[in-house]
Design a protein around this ligand. Structure first.
Ligand code: MIC
Ligand code: SF4
Length: 662
């Protein structure tokens, strides 16, 4: 019998497979979300399916990442997304309306439903009792077309919360404490489910902060029960009817249980440049600070901004600090304004920005050279802020505002009485900003500016494969390092040839040229290769340049799935010590690769010069067929050719991707 909330939701959505950890399962998806930086590609992929209209209960397209309009490119993408949404029955949240995860929590979260989003922080909605998973755009496109989502059933880890958060300690400190314990790979292959007597002491926004940064643990998702806090949250949103209670009926389904007493927590901070380099704030107290940003999908709720406003009441921001506020949504900003918080923030000297991702993804707000920036964001990977050798720390809104006031890292408990923030009696809900689709899809024109380029064709896997090592990298390489973001590169997300020129830009600027000149090649990685974002570009752009194999000690889940979707073979060292033997230029040969993959072989001989290195294949039969076809789009088309009348195949094979583009 299903005991955990996770199992209850999975059982209600299981399309195939036994829900046993380690087995491949397929889940019915109720809702999808996309954001603009991953969405353009996801919708180009969706368009190539012959589906007239999305087949989910709700699909939402958000514009929140690429907000700076330095030229036509981002604006072109926004118009494309708006026109696609109207055509296919998708809700559209325009620029300025807020960050996808915050707005989705407010306007669309439904306890017990499944959500698949083309962004790694999609699990934020787990704060409201959803099973919300981040994936590549192609997986989301297929879910919009009504296909189930395939994944390996994770182990469920129970996190038993007890106690209440002390003053000046908040949800961010809970997740930072877990990151310190478990590290950025501690959650790989796992779902974190929170339970126990402490859960009810956390509001849905606080739960959302914790679920959001479960992504930094590498977890598939994080889940909270739906209880009276959830009911209250939905009622304030004017969506009381969406509530249904959900709670764990025992602990049998947990593979492991961790205990966390919130009463004992103290303020924490993640030091440069990884979310798991966590220390007690007092260990780094006194470090001078020049920038403080409060916002992102992790910490920009009404409660977070009001705590900051109240801490600033009657105080001024330190003259050496730029305090910047990035509200999570227009709704949050409207309510902070109504409650008087906006005026306090302005009077204290804060810079107020439009709701959106902004500096979290390097879209503006880059810090000055050799200065410290404290951010309430979920990630501080090297260079992500847009400044080389940046010094970005991650902390709670409380710790962040203390730094803004004192001009240095400071324990927020120095600020005196803690301003408890209760939800206001009257809460403004303005859902008119979201453009809801008409019941019948109009045959509206899809607007494509010159920034929208056709999707590249990918060739099938040859019988045997020969290539060369193009690059070796160390442990925990992030997708931000593989395919950087930032104000200059993000506008190229719908133009694969152009964006591929920036692959590994900060690690080896010569990489794209070398890859193109070599033909087919491989990248060698360490542990947890590809952690971080769900961006498909970190798979597709290297593939476009000729990368066919990635050989690492281990992979992060979403990136591994994206590699397979775009026909890059993820291989794992059987003996991690072999990593040392491979250097740039080493010739590699995988004999009879196609045959071996289709035969289900789990070990492959990789010929390296005159020697053999054994590598492991950790893929399902379906994934092996995807690799052999050169990618998921190719496989789906092939299946259509074999059986054009099959309902399971969605592709109009005669309509190649982007064929109606100039
Ligand atoms: C991120 O936080 O890294 C992003 C930007 O939101 C990404 C998506 C992207 O690269 O577009 C994510 O988390 O998946
Ligand atoms: Fe946006 Fe940052 Fe959240 Fe990613 S982590 S969705 S960039 S706010």
């Amino acid at each position: 019998m299903a005991t955990t909330v996770t199992e209850q939701i999975i059982n209600a959505h299981l399309v195939c497979g036994p829900a046993v950890p380690g087995e491949e399962i397929a889940l019915k998806i109720d809702q999808t979300l996309t954001q603009d930086a991953t969405g353009t590609l996801a919708y180009l992929e969706f368009e190539s399916l012959g589906v007239p209209r999305v087949r989910t209960q709700a699909s939402v397209s958000y514009v929140d990442h690429n907000l700076l309009q330095a030229d036509f490119k981002n604006a072109d993408d926004h118009r494309f997304l708006q026109s696609i949404a109207a055509r296919y029955g998708i809700n559209f949240s325009p620029p300025g309306n807020g960050i996808c995860h915050q707005v989705h929590l407010e306007r669309f979260s439904v306890p017990g439903q499944t959500l698949l989003g083309s962004d790694s922080h999609t699990p934020t909605a787990g704060g409201a009792g959803m099973l919300a998973i981040g994936a590549g755009g192609l997986d989301v496109a297929l879910a919009m077309a009504g296909q189930p989502f395939n994944l390996v059933m994770p182990e469920i880890i129970g996190i038993r919360l007890t106690g209440k958060l002390p003053p000046w300690v908040s949800a961010k400190d809970v997740i930072l404490a877990l990151l310190r314990r478990l590290t950025v790979k501690g959650g790989v292959g796992k779902i974190m489910e929170y339970f126990g007597p402490g859960v009810v002491n956390l509001t849905v926004s606080e739960r959302a902060t914790i679920a959001n940064m479960g992504a930094e643990l590498g977890a598939t998702t994080s889940v909270f029960p739906a209880d009276r806090q959830t009911q209250r949250f939905l009622a304030l949103q004017g969506r009381a009817a969406s509530f249904r209670p959900l709670r764990a009926r025992g602990t049998k389904g947990f593979g492991q249980i961790l205990e966390l007493d919130m009463e004992t927590l103290t303020p924490r901070i993640a030091c440069p440049s990884s979310p798991d380099k966590v220390k007690e704030v007092r260990e780094v107290e006194g470090t001078p600070v020049h920038q403080v940003i409060i916002g992102s999908c992790s910490n920009s709720s009404y409660r977070d901004l009001m705590v900051v406003a109240q801490a600033l009441q009657g105080r001024q921001v330190h003259p050496q600090v730029s305090l910047e506020i990035n509200p999570g949504s227009r709704q949050v900003l409207e309510n902070v304004a109504l409650a008087g918080g906006l005026l306090t923030l302005l009077q204290a000297g804060a810079r107020i920005h439009q709701p959106g991702c902004l500096g979290c993804i390097g879209m503006g707000q880059a810090p000055a050279t050799a200065t410290v920036s404290i951010r309430t964001f979920p990630r501080n990977f090297p260079g992500r802020s847009g400044t080389k050798d940046d010094q970005v720390y991650l902390a709670s809104p409380e710790t962040a505002v203390a730094a803004a006031i004192f001009g240095e890292i400071a324990d927020p408990r120095r600020l005196g009485d803690f301003p408890r923030v209760a939800p206001p009696r009257r809460y403004l809900v303005n859902s008119g900003q979201i453009q809801t689709p008409k019941p019948e899809a109009p045959a509206g024109e899809i607007v494509r500016g010159p920034n929208i380029r056709p999707f590249p064709e990918l060739t099938p896997l040859p019988e045997s494969w020969t290539g060369e090592v193009l690059l070796t990298v160390g442990d925990h390489v992030t997708t931000d390092q593989i395919m950087p973001a930032g104000g200059q590169i993000l506008p190229l997300r719908s133009n694969i040839p152009a964006i591929s020129e920036y692959v590994f830009a900060a690690i080896d600027a010569e990489f794209p040229r070398r890859a193109r000149e070599t033909g087919e090649g491989a990248i060698i990685g360490g542990e947890n290769y590809g952690q971080g974002s769900s961006r498909e570009h970190a798979a597709l752009a290297p593939r476009y340049l000729g990368v066919r194999v990635k050989l690492a000690k281990s992979f992060a889940r979403i990136h591994q799935a994206n590699l397979i979707n775009f026909g890059i073979l993820p291989l794992i060292f059987e003996n991690p010590a072999d990593y040392e033997r491979l250097t740039v230029g080493t010739r590699l040969h995988l004999p009879e690769l196609r045959r071996r993959l289709l035969a289900g072989e789990e070990r492959l001989p990789l010929q390296v010069d005159d020697d053999t290195v054994w590598v492991r294949v950790d893929m399902s039969d379906r994934q092996r067929r995807i690799i052999v076809s050169g990618g998921l789009l190719n496989l789906t088309r092939e299946e259509y050719h074999k059986n054009p009348n099959s309902n399971s195949s969605l592709f109009r094979a005669q309509v190649p991707l982007g064929n109606d583009l100039k």
